[in-house]
Design a protein around this ligand. Sequence first.
Ligand SMILES: [Mg+2]
Length: 261
Amino acid sequence: MEQLRSKKGFICDMDGVIYHGNKILPGVTEFVEWLYRENKNFIFLTNSSQLTPAEYKQKLERMGIEVDSGRFYTSALATAAFIRSQNPRASAYVIGAGGLMNALYDAGITTNDKNPDYVVVGETDSYNYEKIVKAVTLVNNGAKLIGTNTDITGPMEFGLVPACRSLISPIEVASGKKAYFVGKPNPLIMRTALRMLGVHSEEAAIVGDRMDSDIIAGIETGLDTCLVLSGVTSMEMLRDFPYAPRVVANNVGEIAYGNGD
Ligand SMILES: [Mg+2]
């Protein structure tokens, strides 16, 4: 734990680490106070593509936590940066929420439902059959299929809801084309997160609640890894994975207080 606490930079997942739905998790206030007090570089990195950084700032504000919007990086921003790097004049048909729409717009990617270069899928409440049909047609006509992240489900207060991987899967099956996914654990998003932190990988740690995105991304990028049990992973589930986090904590408060294993 002391080795983790001595890192200069922290990449923190949000869902299951900072909050669950709209509920702040235990120890978060103390953890964020500790990050500021110890002058740590930190950013919040989420695979969700629904909200913009400004909306995340507001969401945390409502929970009593002050963090400026420059400290948030989402799979929507990473997806927009990826597409722009591939083709700065790209157009896209988008199934996604405001966070994704805004990120693509800011990156200069135009929307197009006739002959787009890309079909881009993220999480959204306005998902429907018509959009799946449109997406399948466009992919069959040559549009490249991109998913913002590989999460199958997302945690809500009442239970699990389908996330990007589940929503894009009918399009993959019907078109016979495999999507490319940008969010964690893709090194693309991890490298940008490290650049934002301004530290080298060996001086940074990732704190997350998912083994198959947060922890594996940390291991493969050479970061210190801390799994918190406040989200989707329990101690028993650790056995099912061929890799392990270096530190396990019940919640992020234990990082601030310096206890835990
Ligand atoms: Mg999470």
